[in-house]
Design a protein around this ligand. Sequence first.
Ligand SMILES: *Cc1c(COP(=O)(O)O)cnc(C)c1O
Length: 505
Amino acid sequence: MSDIFSFRGAEGTGWSQPKPAIPPQELLSEVPASLRREKLPKWPRASEPELVRHYTWLSKRNFGIDTGFYPLGSCTMKHNPRLNEKIVQLAGIDRIHPLQPDNQVQGLLAIYFEMQEMLEICSGMDQVTLQPVAGAQGEFTAIRCIQEFHRKNGEVNRNKVIVPDSAHGTNPASASMCGYEIIEIPSGIDGRLDLNALKAAVGEDTAAMMITNPSTLGLFETEIAEAANIVHSAGGQMYYDGANFNAILGKTNPGIMGFDAVHYNLHKTFSQPHGGGGPGSGPIGVKSHLAEFLPTPIAGRREKVDSDPELLDGDYWYFWKDVGDSSIGKVQQWNGNAGAVVRAWGFYRRYGKQLEKMSEHAVLNSNYLRHKIMNPSEDTKSKINAMPTEGANSELVMHEFTLSMTPLKERNGITGKDIAKRLLDYGYMSPTLYFPQIVPECLMLEPTETESKEVLDKFAEDFHAILAEDPELVASAPYSTPVKRVDEVWAARNLVLRHPSRPQE
Ligand SMILES: *Cc1c(COP(=O)(O)O)cnc(C)c1O
């Protein structure tokens, strides 16, 4: 325990503990000499107030959804309700071990089962597994199931996966990790899927098509059912990247659109502190013909019988069930990221049917912000150096939209990156930058449903203020952040992967 007194314990250690019952010297003789430390490790020796100040200082150098508006397109950075944290810290969830027998963890199993069932309903799939811990891992898992499906049918020559050029980078990466060759098809002039390009790409070697709807341009793919027909007629499978579920929950679903498999990003759609690599949850759902290949185990439920212990009110008994011999095995230790599943379950149980409203407001906020940015008042307009153009040619966008900073670049050399950096000075997280790659100088904005009209109005006002600023000022931003512009090329070429306090080998 860290010491609250400034004199830092008798040995200057920074912590105080009761005297050990056996003197350390006596214990030491039990440890083989080869395993003993010669020198004490260089642990920091800080008292409690110093420790608190250190972490508070670190947290102030950082930016998060709790600090300010975070319009990071495709990442769905919404507010994380604190109720989720209360639920996940209940002893029946927080203090259990994955090796405990089913009769001791009925509560968690019930949550898993309910979450699987809820995701099945909202996606129109037949079976869900909660095992993958990221969207990308979900993609990999589902593509592996599709691969086994083709193998079982003797169709081993299906070695190509089709992705549109607006796809998230994880799609081709996951498919190529499964050994597939990637066929990229160009978007049509309106930014949507080009059915002729798809027809030209499919064939007897097509294993699957991977696509997100709405696309990363924020456009709903209106011809998705026809696309599914084309791929299915050629014997391929349809994979739905569900990262953009925030736009469609309760309105439509990938099952209706003709998909065979889907991943969900629980940490995006169902709230969960994320970013910086974790913690996430990327469950997948599949139609019944793929269910036998899912990773094992999944949560099962049956009616209770008299011999079952009366541990949980209700009529059901929950258990971990094996998928069977055709399963691709496990993709993650234990049962996935249980904390993330429970938080997402808390979010869904709190909103229930209102989740449909969530999607409506996410789409409304996105269209509102886009309209506000693209239509400044005459007075504001007269001060602006150059206006961005829209990334997609469409009346309506879904939960996110793209802007191209090309006119600014042509006018006075201001890039998308410059605008993104200057936004940091105004207290905002940067929008997603240079993605999707088909929009030049792209900024991709996703406000989410948890932001108010006032926040969006202020953001649009500040965005216009930046467009009116001296280009030289904007080009050297940010000024207010602990770290200014970093040299990304240098950083990538000179990777430091070891903490400076560890000895270099
Ligand atoms: C975030 C995202 C992914 C990947 O999900 P991770 O959980 O980050 O692995 C895939 N596709 C799209 C469109 C995304 O936005």
